[in-house]
Ligand binder design. Structure first.
Ligand SMILES: NC(=O)c1ccc[n+]([C@@H]2O[C@H](COP(=O)([O-])OP(=O)(O)OC[C@H]3O[C@@H](n4cnc5c(N)ncnc54)[C@H](OP(=O)(O)O)[C@@H]3O)[C@@H](O)[C@H]2O)c1
Length: 310
């Protein structure tokens, strides 16, 4: 089966490729654009070719290009890792945010519907508005996004469902990895030149290591049971913490920089962030029979991978 991965040079896309390579997949086209594991051939694509992560060039905002790519390479399944992910910038660029997170998702869903293919789409806890007081959020909880990013991702989900294509939607949260920009890398960078860092302690959630999400996606794609298990699922690591707890765990023991808790009011932002956005993963774990590592364990693996070998 031929599988298209979009947004392949982002955090999740790169984590997927690395997971395949560590599972001894065969690289067909250097550098790393076409990778085969068993009878699945993964075509890694992004809007541009990035250094050390070359990919087929595919701009998913262009419906014709998506259809052409799907036809030319006989794509039967798409894993959509492409997105507009800058939550703050989305407030001042709603058009491009909606184009990528909603309209383009329609292009992918329609292309799979025509082919009788399957779409694995990644969404976010931001589709919820944060009215869930200290209770993990189930898939069927009412969506009520607070900003442009959340609204656009909710529309993207609706495009998938309305298209009638076979699909799995995985909502995740607080994604980080060795790649790109994320909270872990920001904390490490800031701690290197500051004595004190103040981090919000009144927003709770669960960090998600992109490697764990990538493994989970590859696991369900190769399970052969996607058809029976269509629907919306929540996936993050296990456990609950605040951004302050997360920062403390990232920097603990390695930096002299002191981490202090503060409240969200001290960081005025154009976006209201959910105070409690812990995703309930029961459905994912029971349906796919998978266990998920605790966030502290996964953070240790990411930090080890980020530390250069002496
Ligand atoms: N990051 C988080 O904290 C977080 C939390 C919850 C859910 N999610 C969801 O998880 C998924 C993966 O997130 P991520 O952090 O891996 O995202 P990411 O690192 O921002 O990667 C997104 C990729 O999409 C590419 N892209 C942009 N415009 C495109 C276009 N027109 N056509 C094709 N590709 C395009 C980007 O390229 P450029 O870099 O060149 O723009 C980038 O390589 C997304 O659906 C996101 O909404 C993320």
């Amino acid at each position: 089966m031929n599988i298209l991965v979009t947004g392949a040079n982002g955090q999740l896309g790169r984590s997927l490729r690395r997971a395949l390579l560590s599972a001894d997949a065969v690289v067909h086209s250097a550098p790393l654009s076409l990778v085969q594991l068993d009878d699945a051939r993964y075509f890694f694509s992004d809007i541009a070719i990035a250094e050390e992560a070359a990919a087929y060039v595919l701009d998913i905002t262009d419906r014709n290009k998506v259809e052409e790519f799907v036809a030319e390479h006989d794509i039967r399944l798409i894993i959509n890792c492409a997105a507009y992910t800058n939550v703050d910038a989305a407030e001042s660029h709603p058009d491009i945010c909606h184009l990528l997170n909603a309209t383009s998702v329609c292009h992918l869903a329609e292309a799979m519907k025509k082919k009788d293919g399957f779409l694995v789409h990644v969404s976010t806890d931001y589709v919820f508005g944060g009215r869930f007081h200290n209770r993990p959020i189930a898939e069927d909880a009412p969506a009520a996004p607070l900003g442009v990013y959340g609204e656009s991702k909710l529309k993207g989900e609706q495009c998938v469902v309305d298209s009638g294509c076979r699909h799995v939607i995985l909502r995740t949260a607080w994604l980080y990895s060795e790649f790109g920009h994320n909270f872990v890398k920001t904390m490490l960078r800031l701690a290197a030149d500051r004595e004190v860092l103040k981090v919000v302690a009144d927003q709770c959630g669960t960090p998600t290591y992109a490697s764990d999400l990538a493994e989970a996606i590859l696991g369900i794609v190769s399970s052969g049971e996607l058809d029976r298990k269509q629907g919306i699922y929540h996936f993050s690591n296990e456990g609950v913490c605040s951004w302050y707890d997360f920062a403390h765990a990232i920097l603990h023991g390695s930096f002299s920089c002191k981490v202090l808790p503060c409240s969200s009011d001290e960081y005025p932002s154009s976006v209201t962030r959910p105070a409690y956005s812990v995703l309930d993963k029961t459905k994912f774990k029971t349906t796919f029979g998978r266990t998920i590592p605790h966030w502290t364990e996964s953070l240790s693996r990411c930090l080890a991978a980020l530390t250069p070998v002496q």
